[in-house]
Ligand binder design. Structure first.
Ligand code: ADP
Ligand SMILES: Cc1ncc(COP(=O)(O)OP(=O)(O)O)c(N)n1
Length: 268
């Protein structure tokens, strides 16, 4: 069994954060482990409050896992503040996991800041150079490069600029585009578009967390980065196609659609 460690925040509503990560990692055939950086009181409508976890406990969680269990891939989600960025970066430098997928979580769909603005520079300097792939959505990519993104040409340029920050590959996600939700992958040599049809649903809570965790699971299982993003794109498209109308805001995606279908459990 290959393993993925997610270092991220908890979402009490279960659709994003650590909860989405563990579901997506499991659904993609790997064993999920977690380091919780923050606890959010969150549902499908809003983030009500956030408690950052004590830095010593974050460090202890990381060490407890790495000192005992083989970690085949790491996924990084919500870090919250500069201090947490620093503790996580130092631990990753110490343990040197082979694959690190960074979802640079900054703002929730409801507009709540999940990364203090002052922590963006630390994320760029300390975490990005360690990453196998970074998966910003359009607003996150805009923050990373410091300008707005509108045209395809600008997306290609943004990929190149993000590569210069020291990552091995970048996937700019297209969920926030007006047209089809196509994602642009770049590994420093080739560009690839991962194409999909837009699914017209408001139930897209946790799509970024789910996609990055699926990428990490596939990397842990031995896929190349391009294979991992291709498989993960197919997975997230199915999960959104069969997303769940839970709560009155943005409901979650269906992490286990294929499994439930094959065992005839169903879940609507
Ligand atoms: N309505 C949709 N239909 C199909 N795919 C979508 C839709 N919304 C998002 N996606 C896909 O889900 C993944 C997550 O993207 P996005 O929603 O942009 O990330 P985030 O949750 O970080 O904002 C991407 O592969 C994106 O193309
Ligand atoms: C605890 C926590 N982590 C991350 C997010 C953001 O998740 P994302 O997949 O980007 O989905 P939306 O929040 O945009 O729906 C979160 N909300 N909570």
């Amino acid at each position: 069994m290959k393993t993925v460690l997610t270092i991220a925040g908890s979402d009490s509503g279960g659709g994003a954060g650590i909860q989405a990560d563990i579901k997506a990692i499991s659904a993609n055939g790997a064993f999920g482990m977690s380091v919780i950086t923050a606890v959010t009181a969150q549902n499908t409508k809003e983030v009500r409050s956030v408690q950052q976890i004590d830095l010593k406990i974050i460090q202890d969680q990381i060490e407890a896992v790495f000192d005992d269990i083989q970690v085949d891939a790491v996924k990084i989600g919500m870090l919250g503040n500069v201090e947490t960025v620093h503790v996580v970066a130092e631990a990753l430098k110490k343990y040197k996991p082979k694959c690190i997928v960074v979802d640079p979580v900054m703002i929730s769909k409801g507009g709540h800041y999940l990364l203090e603005e002052s922590a963006v520079e630390a994320l760029k300097k300390e975490i990005l150079p360690l990453s196998s792939i970074i998966t910003p959505n359009i607003p996150e990519a805009e923050v990373l490069i410091g300008r707005t993104l509108q045209t395809e040409e600008e997306l290609y340029k943004a990929c190149e600029q993000i590569m210069e920050m020291g990552v091995e590959a970048v996937l700019i996600k297209g969920g926030h585009l007006m047209g089809p939700p196509n994602d642009l992958f770049y590994n420093g040599e080739d560009f690839h578009w991962l194409k999909a049809k837009r699914i017209y649903t408001k139930n897209t809570h946790g799509t970024g967390c789910t996609l990055s965790s699926a990428i990490a699971a596939n990397l842990a299982k031995g896929s190349t980065v391009l294979e991992a993003v291709t498989l993960a794109k197919q997975y997230i498209t199915t999960a959104i196609t069969h997303s769940l109308a839970l709560g009155s805001g943005h409901g979650p995606t269906h992490h286990f659609y294929d499994l439930y279908e094959s065992s005839k459990m169903g879940m609507k």
